[in-house]
Design a protein around this ligand. Structure first.
Ligand SMILES: [Zn+2]
Length: 348
């Protein structure tokens, strides 16, 4: 129709639920929030009413505080019905953190992708008191600033076991193409990728709800990171493939329930943004690589804003991701700098 604006992104709720409270975003679907001790200070979790019990989507980071909020939620908005199933979208601690607690303390079943379960359990069991040499080598290869590296080495290394409750043996696998019944609806399971491998998303067949975890978020671009576990990974390719595939499922009126920020409608617009953000970043990056640069020298073209201390780690792994992508598609070559960092330069 002439003169009608394309549907933009809209936020039906301008404020999130307070800690320990829930907002019913659709019949039998509760939206709740748990705090996170970092720059991104919250995670969204959801409870789906299965009649005699609840299915919970994601669990927050493991801490006494978040489990206290869960207890408050279970005796409040979840009105004393048991949580029988935990669905975890991906293996990151702010999503899987309390899954093991629901399993061992509440007898809940854990449902997630095989990759998410393997990663979460492997990393939780892999307790390191000192920085692994592989991680230090990875940071040096990325050109991490000497003062940042020195400060990190003086601190306890990042351990999943500090933020993820022990995970007992056993889970139920979901995979691409499955259908799962939750909250009185059938949901198609579509696997995302790039932010986390084999990241589950759920698309209701019976109404317009989509549960997207961190694959699709409203107002921030999900972090695409490379880690010492797979230094040559290309999560940018994985991300673009997944987003282009999920884009074909998007409708303007779907209510998108993501892992952070606010629920929204206007998914086709958001999918285009999530894809174009990275094409734009890659184009700015390749422009800068007329002279050789390490990952840590590429924040300005990638992020177009100053990177604060609390964001340095995420910025660095995302810079490596974009450089790895350019390297794998053959647009840049790389060589070792005297300090051990890989420097990348545009070809031709
Ligand atoms: Zn995540």
């Amino acid at each position: 129709m002439d003169g009608v604006q394309p549907p933009a992104i809209r936020y039906p709720w301008s404020e999130p639920p307070a800690p320990g409270e829930a907002i019913e975003v659709a019949d039998g679907v509760l939206w709740m929030r748990l705090p996170l001790p970092m720059a991104l200070d919250h995670v969204n979790v959801y409870a789906l009413d299965d009649g005699d019990s609840w299915t919970v989507i994601d669990t927050g980071m493991s801490s006494k505080k978040t489990r206290g909020i869960w207890e408050q939620l279970m005796s409040g908005p979840l009105s004393g019905k048991p949580v029988k199933r935990i669905v975890v979208t991906h293996h990151h601690p702010d999503h899987v953190g309390n899954a093991g607690w629901f399993q061992s303390e509440h007898g809940a079943e854990l449902i997630t992708s095989r990759t998410a379960w393997l990663f979460a359990r492997m990393l939780t069991l892999d307790v390191q008191e000192n920085w692994p040499q592989e991680t230090l080598d990875f940071y040096r290869s990325a050109g991490m600033a000497a003062d940042v590296l020195e400060k990190r080495m003086a601190e306890r290394p990042f351990n999943f076991s500090d933020t993820v409750y022990p995970m007992p043996l056993g889970f139920t696998r979901i995979k691409q193409g499955d259908v799962i019944h939750m909250g009185g609806r059938d949901w198609d399971v579509h696997m995302g990728n790039g932010h986390a491998p084999e990241h589950a998303t759920f698309w209701s067949r019976d109404d317009n709800l989509v549960l997207t975890g961190d694959q699709i978020i409203s107002s921030i671009s999900p972090n695409l990171g490379v880690y010492a576990t797979e230094p040559m990974a290309d999560p940018v390719s994985d991300w673009l493939e997944a987003c282009e595939r999920l884009q074909s499922l998007a409708h303007p009126d779907q209510l998108v329930l993501g892992g952070h920020k606010l629920p929204f409608t206007g998914l086709p617009v958001r999918m285009r943004q999530l894809i174009e953000n990275h094409h734009g970043a890659l184009a700015r990056l390749i422009d800068e690589l007329d002279t050789p640069k390490a990952a840590a020298d590429c924040f300005a073209p990638l992020f177009k804003r100053p990177i604060r201390e609390g964001e340095y780690g995420l910025a660095l792994v995302e810079a490596v991701a974009h450089l790895n992508h350019l390297y794998h598609i053959g647009s840049v070559s790389r060589s070792r700098r005297v300090d051990g960092a890989w420097e990348y330069q545009r070809k031709g």
